[in-house]
Ligand binder design. Structure first.
Ligand code: ADP
Ligand code: MG
Length: 369
């Protein structure tokens, strides 16, 4: 199979109330695949330019329906949830049916719109629920008697470099252990619950359960912000019987990752325990940054590059998603406001590096034993 680049999308959200109250200025612009950012302190300077596979303008040009759904006004370039799903989620789904592993992760500072894109709020459902919905529509429409499906769901949180199973009420001290498969080399979470799911409603119930179990701590940035990384994994198996009666299994693992806020601890005014969390979150995110840089170097032809997957729990678990057997998409969430210039620029630079990563996804197909 051919090496394929990680696809990168950026999305800019509307001003929030706080930004409106402070008379925030818009510093992001998007034209086609081009995204530009203006430094509010040097307004006469040429804006910095970035180019991504997808640039989603969700800043303005929408109206809110009575049921809360945000829709583009006529002629506007507003990227709604269904548009983002069509580009990103539909591809994940198609690849899953072909038997590829897929990963989608959302990066950005707290309040920039990661969870909005990944999970969504109210009737503005994000990529995860829409993908699950379409997955079961396709499964339920299957009329081939020689094909059956098995779907399972897991949801975990990485908080302070410890793994918590969000489908379980148990909170083992120190979290669940992350182990390495001695033969295959990949890392996994020992004892993580994998719930079999048979319908979209099943998955929705599991998502709600997992969301309720999440660790939520408040910082100055955003009272309900999650300071943890959330990883949803959907395992999708297709068992296919060939004309001789021999069964084979096509498996796909979909990893959907809502990363913790990328802002540096000092900018949130955190102290004490919160500061320790910040440091650990930075450990996982900076490890992710180092892995991305190393992979970018590798794909540029540099030799003898060590990819430091082992430096954090997050990078261990994302090893396949990054530089491995997976088709991967990163969505970088952007604040539109001048006050967030430094963080937004660093998000754009992070996303720019991620574009250089190349993966080699293979179809996971094996005879049944
Ligand atoms: P994060 O997960 O990065 O901390 P959220 O996804 O919770 O941020 O978004 C912060 C706020 O901005 C939420 O109130 C959300 O509804 C709003 N928001 C984010 N992205 C969009 C968007 N594309 N369109 C409309 N509102 C958005
Ligand atoms: Mg969030």
């Amino acid at each position: 199979s051919e090496a394929e680049s990680v696809r990168v999308a950026v999305r800019v959200r509307p001003f929030n109330q706080r930004e409106k109250d402070h008379g925030a200025k818009l510093i992001i612009d998007m034209q086609g695949q081009l995204t530009t950012i203006k430094n509010p302190e040097t307004p006469s300077e040429e804006p910095k330019k970035f180019s991504f596979d997808f640039s989603y303008w969700s800043h303005d040009g929408f109206t809110e329906r009575a049921d809360g759904v945000l829709e583009p006004t006529a002629g506007s370039k507003y990227a709604s949830q269904p548009i983002v799903f069509k580009d990103l989620g539909q591809g994940v789904l198609d690849n899953a049916f072909e038997g590829y592993n897929c990963s989608l992760f959302a990066y950005g500072q707290t309040g920039s719109g990661k969870s909005y894109s990944m999970v969504g709020y109210g009737n503005n459902k994000g990529i995860v629920p829409m993908t699950c919905d379409k997955l079961f529509q396709a499964v339920n429409n299957n009329s081939d008697p020689n094909k059956r499906f098995e779907v399972s769901f897991s949801m975990l949180e990485i908080y302070n470099e410890q793994v918590r199973d969000l489908l379980s009420k148990d909170k083992p001290k120190g979290g669940l252990p992350v182990r390495q498969n001695p033969k295959m080399g990949f890392f996994y979470v020992q004892g993580l619950k994998r719930a079999p799911v048979g319908s979209y409603e099943d998955i929705e119930a599991q998502i709600d359960k997992g969301t309720a179990n999440r660790t939520v701590a408040s910082t100055n940035m955003n009272a309900t912000s999650s300071r943890a990384h959330t990883v949803v994994t959907i395992t999708f198996d297709q068992i296919i019987k060939d004309p001789t009666g021999q069964e084979k299994k096509k498996s796909s693992e979909m990893n959907l990752v809502d990363l913790a806020g990328s802002e540096r601890a000092e900018s949130t005014g955190a102290t004490g325990d919160r500061l320790k969390e910040g440091a650990n979150i930075n450990k996982s995110l900076s490890a992710l940054g180092n892995v991305i840089s190393a992979l970018a170097d590798l794909s540029m032809g540099k030799k003898k590059v060590m990819v430091p997957y082992r430096d954090s729990v997050l990078t261990k678990l994302l090893q396949n998603a990054l530089g491995g057997n997976s088709k991967t998409i990163m969505i970088a969430a952007l604040s539109p406001a001048d006050i967030n210039y430094d963080e937004t620029l660093s998000t754009l630079r992070y996303a720019d590096r991620a574009k250089k990563i190349k993966n080699k996804a293979v179809i996971n197909e094996n005879p049944m034993d």
